[in-house]
Design a protein around this ligand. Structure first.
Ligand SMILES: NC(=O)c1ccc[n+]([C@@H]2O[C@H](COP(=O)([O-])OP(=O)(O)OC[C@H]3O[C@@H](n4cnc5c(N)ncnc54)[C@H](OP(=O)(O)O)[C@@H]3O)[C@@H](O)[C@H]2O)c1
Length: 295
């Protein structure tokens, strides 16, 4: 039996990893944060004592982007020290790691979608802490795939689609930022990519490693995503507020966000054969699950 350790199993991506069908002979270990705190060396040591895994998918992260600006120690503990402890713990056994990272390692100044090889320059604490996590994995020379993603949405936990549906039911007019471009990404589709990569790494010692991007196909703005959410929701009798386009400057937040968050998935498709579906299909599926009762 090949056992895959999934950290952060109660998060958006972890929930989707737990929900998916896995091949016979594969099972998941899904510890809670109390059972395995990746930012605590003692907890990592105690959890791993006497256990071995076929692969690790690290979905555990400090994801509160704005709060991170004033909670620097906590963000770095989970996003930088955590991956360092995992990489160190699994290095000697050669256990493959799929580590999820973020578009926020980039500053957004590029005009084109970011390539996996583009220089990084985070604008805020969250991005800097995730960059440090990437460096820790690379520095430990662990057998790893770093999988960057962006704008993760799902029917679970807190995310942009759920926020829009909640506030859209409360207010007739919403003002949504229209000058940040990115690729909305279904946690389910991201989980599918992470699972496929982990299974390849388990099956094939020569499977590619390094840094890759996974996002759903195409791109839009937060305003464009909100419009799509309400178009779909209104077909189910859900909210359909007016969605006004505003500039980032009109919606100040503690953390600066990249104006361009688009990520190229070309290398992932070339090396792993993974072709993401369009963001519109993924968005509709989530809204259907939340409003249409098709979950
Ligand atoms: N959400 C996005 O838009 C987005 C965009 C780009 C990249 N990403 C990346 O995608 C990955 C998955 O994100 P997500 O949206 O699934 O995040 P999420 O829903 O916030 O889930 C994160 C999970 O990590 C757990 N966690 C936090 N600190 C931990 C620790 N010290 N030890 C163990 N577990 C810990 C949380 O536990 P609790 O359940 O106790 O809170 C939660 O289950 C992360 O690496 C994130 O940086 C996300």
């Amino acid at each position: 039996m090949a056992e895959i350790l999934v950290t952060g199993g109660q998060g958006q991506v972890g929930i989707e990893l737990a929900a998916r069908g896995w091949p016979n002979g594969v099972r998941l270990s899904l510890p809670t944060r109390d059972e395995l705190d990746i930012s605590d060396a003692g907890s990592v040591r105690a959890f791993l004592a006497g256990r071995s895994f076929a692969a690790v998918i690290n979905c555990a992260a400090y994801t509160a982007v704005d709060k991170a600006e004033s909670d620097i120690g906590a963000a770095f503990a989970v996003n930088a020290l955590g991956p360092a402890l995992l990489a160190e713990a699994f290095k000697s056994a050669g256990t493959p790691i799929v580590h999820i990272s973020t578009d926020y390692v980039f500053d957004g100044a590029k005009d084109e979608p970011y390539l996996d090889s583009d220089p990084i320059n985070p604008l805020g604490v969250y991005g800097a802490s995730k960059e440090a996590g990437e460096q820790a994995i690379r520095g430990a020379a662990a057998r790893a795939v770093i999988l960057r993603t962006a704008w993760v949405v799902s029917p679970h936990r807190a995310n942009f689609i759920k926020t829009m549906l909640r506030v859209g039911a409360e207010r007739p007019v919403l003002r949504v930022v229209a000058d940040q471009r990115g690729c909305p990404t279904s946690a389910k589709d991201l989980a599918g990519a992470a699972a496929e990569i982990a299974l390849r790494l388990i099956a094939d010692d020569r499977a590619p490693t390094g840094t890759y991007h996974f996002v759903n196909g195409g791109d839009t703005t937060w305003h464009g995503l909100a419009c799509r959410v309400f178009e779909t929701a209104s077909r189910h009798g859900g909210p359909s507020p007016t969605v006004e386009a505003i500039a980032t400057a009109e919606y100040p937040t503690p953390a600066k966000r990249p104006a361009n968050s688009r990520l190229s998935t070309a290398r992932l498709t070339a090396d792993f054969g993974i072709v993401p579906r369009p963001w519109q299909d993924a968005t509709d599926e989530i809204v259907d699950a939340l409003i249409g009762g098709k979950g």
